[in-house]
Design a protein. Structure first.
Ligand code: 2P0
Length: 340
């Protein structure tokens, strides 16, 4: 059996844990599921005589989080051969743990023919990785924080319609492994993170949900940027001072601000790494890409847009800040799917 699971990008971030054992978060979060055709984890699973796992063709020792997922779904038997492959760089801040643990959850549940709703599976995926909980659905997803294993799960708030008009630009600034993983950073709980989780994040969540209902892009964009800035302020000002954004990330943030000078047409958001996601509407994507690529120098051939980009070479002649790749992607309307 083979499954694919998408990744997701949080607009209201999960940052801080109330319970690290079962990944109960300090605050509810909200994300868009990213085009499953662009980025995904593909996992094949079969019965075996022992538990064997590979990730991107290399043999791995299952982590305790993976074991939690497997035993939650199949308490009696964990003898599976599980082969996983990401079609994007692991640990590049592309939330590979989200698609990876969502794929593992979906694969095991399907192999053992477990009749479980996506909500139920989102609880199990959360045991593996918090953000994986949100990858169990397509569209706009809220992970309700809850205060116990049973009450902390994800729900789909919206799919298709307005979301089909949105586009995401994924900019790979650096695909190398990050130095401080988000799990580790989140465990360095600070007063700043607790304040955000208690006051600012819930308030933003209410406002952004309303903005989605009203199709108010400007409000969605402003809240998204506010929450991303908040997360990085907290990480940088915590005891261990983690800087996820580098000079190029900051340049991207400033370019988006500049692009928005007269009207808010795009929003940047950064996770626990230097790479950027930029949210915009389909109508503005070409202007935005051209604007960015006059400053960001991308390796040849690493630009993936829906419409062909004319005169890319000329556009790039003034570009100075090196990036690895730029992908234009849609919002995924689906969570994990069986592919074989
Ligand atoms: C998010 N991130 O909401 C936030 C924003 C990174 C920044 O969830 O420890 O891999 O596995 O629960 O889910 C990345 O952290 O952490 C993450 P664990 P996870 O997407």
């Amino acid at each position: 059996m083979q499954v694919r699971a998408p990744t997701n990008i949080a607009l209201i971030k999960y940052w801080g844990k109330a319970d690290p054992e079962s990944n109960l978060p300090l605050n509810s979060s909200l994300s868009l599921t990213v085009d499953i055709n662009a980025f995904y984890t593909e996992t094949t699973i079969e019965h075996s005589s022992s538990l064997e796992m590979t990730l991107n063709e290399a043999s791995i020792t299952p982590t305790s989080r993976m074991l939690k997922v497997i035993s939650a779904l199949s308490p009696e038997n964990s003898n599976f051969k599980i082969q996983s492959r990401n079609n994007f760089p692991t640990a590049a801040g592309l939330a590979s743990s989200a698609s990876g643990l969502a794929a593992l959850t979906f694969a095991v549940a399907n192999l053992v023919s477990l009749e479980a709703s996506p909500e139920e599976l989102s609880k199990v995926a959360r045991l593996g990785s918090g953000s994986a909980s949100r990858s169990m659905f397509g569209g706009l997803v809220e992970w309700v924080k809850g205060d116990s294993h049973e009450s902390s799960y994800s729900v789909q708030l919206m799919n298709g319609g307005f979301l089909d008009e949105l586009r995401l630009l994924m900019i790979v600034v650096n695909s190398q492994e990050k130095e401080v993983g988000s799990t580790q950073a989140m465990n360095m709980q600070s007063e700043l993170a607790r304040e955000r989780a208690e006051y600012r994040a819930p308030e933003r969540l209410q406002r952004i949900k309303k903005a989605f209902e009203e199709h108010n892009f400007e409000e969605i964009a402003n809240i998204t940027m506010e929450d991303s800035d908040d997360l990085h302020y907290i990480a940088e000002n915590s005891e261990f001072s983690v800087h996820y954004m580098n000079d190029t990330s900051r340049k991207i943030r400033d370019l988006v601000k500049e692009f928005n000078r007269e009207e808010v047409l795009a929003a940047y958001t950064f996770d626990a790494g230097p790479n950027a996601y930029i949210l915009t509407r389909k109508t503005h994507i070409n202007t935005l890409v051209r604007y960015l690529l006059s400053v960001l120098k991308v390796k040849s051939g690493e630009v993936f847009t829906e419409e062909p980009l004319h005169n890319l070479e000329e556009l790039q002649s003034t570009a100075k800040y090196e990036i690895e790749a730029l992908f234009e992607v849609k919002v995924s309307s689906t969570g994990p799917v069986k592919t074989n």
